[in-house]
Design a protein around this ligand. Structure first.
Ligand code: ADP
Length: 499
């Protein structure tokens, strides 16, 4: 059997391809950035053909860099930026509009209308999601409403829609296969996560013809084969998952109660909640973690808008550091934040506080406050926000977690990881391979073709690189009380009116 798995990691700013061996080690990697298109404030688009060409380019490059041939690749897995929406012509394969990216806010007003019409509870129960421009359905509707002839053609069955995984597979199979997996489907606002099928009532609501939709498949299994587009040999595509879902699998969070948190610009936290959906009482999202061998695992998801971005702000906004890692030197100069708390609600507060009018708030400043304290309070805010989301998850799932698995750029910060462990009073585990997204979909693809026999076999290769244990000396209760007061101050400021 061929010895390697090739993961396509189609992200928001770049396309990457990584070759993994049977131990889950990275053999080679290639990456290419592509253009971000901002037609007007709040709108974000990508050129679907550039997504495709960059992804195919890096796939060939990664295989060549690894000194491999296509025959060495046992299977391909595809993980992708979620919710980004493409509509294309069934006959020509040409997109009718640019990809509308998940960050795009053009349909916010329409979402507000739906909320005021009272759709939220029903949509939450069916899809696990909240009504927000972030998700797919309103983006498809926008294209049908605004691109000339699009609605007419869609009604006539001439247009198809897909998230980025569908778009890549359509092209890799020369239009043979129009498919998506359950994780990507669960981000559309059109997919019922209880029945695991497209929902007719929601299709009616968003005025989207059913003929546009891809077939929904498992996240792992022989889905199709490439048709000679990238490589001469036909290679099975046997794993598909949205990026955060793939990362959860790449962290081997395969049992209920296992959680991963990715510390990038923002944080993305997902908790495996087992084989039944739980609708959150704390405004978290319920999503499908994956479907393997006909068995579905669900997850709760919470995100934090500003995490590593707070360090970027110290660098670019305040100019008190030149590079992100320098923040550690400032923090080392203080034993605590001396009562300073910083709530970095630059774009509002997300789960579980949900206040879109909130803005960054710093409290507790005295004559003795220095830049070091502010740097420390900034890093601590990442850990406190994580605490808030995790506690909401634990409450919803009624599970106390045993450890938190972490990845993402800011996990290189040992202070942050130690403080996170202290605040959560929980072990923090860093995996050997930090490329958890690509690794996760490689695992799914490998399972799909029997490259790995089962999840047990994969788990036996999965290794942690470092861990952090809580320091019992840290005065957690006192610190958390201060954080809660800071959140109250943030909310009070955003709600107060002075005439
Ligand atoms: P993304 O995928 O969102 O671009 P990455 O996983 O690449 O994010 O992580 C980048 C983020 O990590 C940046 O916001 C950066 O400020 C932060 N970061 C990088 N190094 C450090 C560090 N040593 N300490 C704290 N934050 C850091």
């Amino acid at each position: 059997m061929s010895k390697f798995i090739l993961a396509f990691d189609q992200g928001t700013t770049s396309s990457r391809a990584i070759v993994f061996d049977k131990n889950g080690h990275t053999v080679s990697i290639a990456q290419r950035e592509f253009k971000q298109i901002f037609p007007t404030p709040g709108w974000v688009e990508h050129d679907p053909n550039e997504i495709l060409s960059s992804q195919i380019g890096v796939a060939a490059e990664a295989v060549t860099k690894g000194k491999l041939k296509s025959a060495d690749i046992a299977a391909i897995g595809i993980t992708n930026q979620r919710e980004t929406t493409i509509v294309w012509d069934r006959e020509t394969g040409e997109p009718v509009y640019n990809a509308i990216v998940w960050q795009d806010r053009r349909t916010s007003d329409y979402c507000d209308e739906l909320i005021s019409q009272g759709w939220e509870p029903k949509i939450r129960n069916k899809t696990g999601l909240v009504i927000d421009a972030y998700f797919v359905a309103t983006k498809v509707k926008w294209i049908l409403d605004n691109v000339e002839d699009a609605r007419k053609k869609a009604k006539a069955g001439k247009l198809v829609f897909g998230t980025v995984d569908s778009w890549l597979i359509w092209n890799l199979t020369e239009g043979e296969k129009h498919v998506t997996d359950v994780t990507n489907a669960s981000r559309t606002l059109l997919f019922n996560i209880n029945t695991l099928d497209w929902d007719d009532e929601l299709l009616d609501l968003f005025e989207i013809p059913k003929s546009m939709l891809p077939e929904v498949c498992d996240s792992s299994g022989e889905i199709c084969t490439t048709s000679g587009v990238v490589f001469a040999k036909k290679i099975p595509i046997s794993g598909i998952a949205g990026d955060q879902h793939a990362a959860l699998f790449g962290q081997m969070c395969t049992e209920p109660g296992m959680v991963k948190n990715t510390y990038g610009t923002g944080c993305f936290m997902l908790m495996n909640i087992g084989d039944k959906p739980i609708i959150s009482k704390n405004k978290l999202i319920t999503t499908i973690a994956w479907k393997i061998d006909n068995k579905v695992a669900y997850a709760l998801e919470g995100s934090i808008f500003i995490a590593g971005a707070v360090v970027q702000w110290l660098r670019d906004g305040l100019g008190i550091i030149k590079t992100a890692p320098e923040v550690e030197k400032l923090v080392d100069k203080t034993k605590d934040s001396d009562g300073v708390y910083f709530v970095p609600a630059f774009t509002g507060l997300g789960a579980p506080h949900w206040n879109q009018h909130a803005r960054g708030t710093m409290v507790g400043i005295t004559r003795g406050t220095t830049l070091n304290h502010i740097a420390r309070a900034s890093l601590e805010s990442i850990a406190y926000q994580t605490y808030d989301v995790l506690k909401a998850m634990e409450a919803d799932a009624q599970i106390n977690i045993k450890e938190l698995r972490v990845d993402g750029g800011a996990t290189t910060n040992d202070f942050l990881m130690q403080f996170q462990s202290d605040v959560l009073e929980t072990k923090i585990v860093k995996p050997e391979t930090l490329e958890t997204t690509a690794l996760g979909v490689a695992y799914l693809a490998g399972l799909g073709v029997g490259f790995w026999k089962d999840v047990e076999e994969i788990r036996s290769t999965w290794k942690s690189k470092a861990f952090f244990l809580p320091d019992p000396e840290t005065p957690i209760e006192k610190l958390l009380k201060g954080w809660r007061k800071a959140i109250a101050a943030t909310n009070a400021w955003s709600k107060s009116e002075i005439n």
